[in-house]
Design a protein around this ligand. Structure first.
Ligand code: 3EB
Length: 334
């Protein structure tokens, strides 16, 4: 039987109790802008991305089967017999460019996944500070894309079609952190018909294109999951509505709808009708645009679901917000 993964949110004070619950096998704990009470029995991912919509929460990933931990080559990983969650932290050394640091991180994590037998990347989250700053004549996000592209083209079979859904968001401080979900089983990666594939962006956006898919669908015994990448106000390859948070939010919702349609078209699952759980993270560049973004979301299908609002920088200067999602369906994809 495939592992049943669960993703839940807790208040930090509840964490020791939640992690000790019988039948819960913790795989990862993620915190946003505050500290996680020590100790935790699994990889702990601490992100300086302040939660801006109220009491801070901790995200906990668990499995319904025993979990094995593994720490090696800077990777901190938790795995069952079919899925693996890991994170790698890379402190940036002075004089070393972000593309070199990113390349080394991706190379090491891909090697670990191959050695351990979980070669299929399902979902990746990338976090690092000063994402829009210039480093030696090239924006740090663009340097990150160069290093990621180099490592993935070198060692990923079926590049670019096997690229997974991803997020890349700028933190206020901290190392480069790459969080990854991988499996012994392949997944299905989707494009968004309203947007050019990011891996086909023209060079106007940097010397190497961003290596990710718009969404990834995974199938297991218990459910089918749609992991939606960080999705912003981009149509084709052009940013829309510079400086306008309400309009950017509406455009982003149109992009999310298009991904739901594409998922139905490709997998046969209507995630809008069969969802058991839906969770969204809304990354907001400037906290003062939160009321506008919230209002724009009130008229959208997202308003019925669990939303977490985090302050973070986006990978194009004009983008003010971005939304990622995880939608779990009761149905089985064909
Ligand atoms: C975009 O669509 C917006 O580089 O991994 C969104 C999600 C974005 C992931 C990444 C970038 C990434 O191009 C930016």
């Amino acid at each position: 039987m495939a592992t049943r993964l669960d993703t839940q949110y807790f208040y930090p004070a509840e964490l020791p109790f939640a992690l000790a619950k019988s039948g819960m096998h913790p795989m990862a704990v993620m915190s946003f802008g505050h500290t996680i009470p020590e100790p935790v029995p699994c990889p702990a991912i601490r992100l300086d991305l302040p939660q801006i919509d109220g009491a801070s929460l901790v995200e906990v990933w668990t499995a319904d089967k025993p979990v094995t931990m593994c720490e090696t080559a800077g990777c901190s990983m938790a795995m069952t017999d079919d899925v693996l969650i890991g994170s790698i932290r890379l402190d940036e050394q002075s004089g070393v460019s972000l593309d070199a640091t990113t390349y080394a991180g991706y190379r090491d994590l891909l090697q670990q996944l191959r050695l351990l037998g979980y070669p299929h990347l399902w979902r990746v989250w990338n976090y690092f500070p000063r994402i829009n700053d210039d480093q030696d004549g090239l924006e740090r996000y663009r340097r990150f894309c160069v290093g990621r592209h180099q490592a993935l083209t070198e060692s990923m079979a079926d590049f670019p079609t096997a690229l997974p859904a991803a997020t890349a968001v700028g933190t206020r401080s901290g190392p480069l952190q790459i969080v990854f979900l991988a499996s012994v089983h392949p997944a299905t990666h989707l494009g968004n018909p309203r947007q050019l594939n990011a891996y086909e962006y023209p060079q106007d956006y940097g010397p190497r294109s961003p290596s990710f898919a718009r969404a990834t669908v995974t199938r297991a015994t218990h459910d089918t999951r749609l992991y939606i990448s960080g999705t912003a106000s981009i149509v084709g390859h052009l940013s829309r509505h510079a400086g306008l948070p309400i309009e950017q939010t509406r455009e982003t919702v149109l992009n999310l709808r298009a991904i739901f349609n594409q998922a139905k078209h490709v997998t046969g699952v209507d995630f809008t009708k069969t969802q058991r759980q839906a969770m969204y993270k809304v990354y907001v560049r400037k906290p003062d645009s939160l009321p506008d973004i919230r209002r724009a979301l009130q008229d959208s299908p997202l308003s019925a679901h669990h939303l977490v609002f985090l302050e973070g920088d986006l990978c194009r200067r004009e983008l003010l917000m971005e939304i990622e999602g995880l939608i779990i369906s009761e149905s089985f994809a064909s």
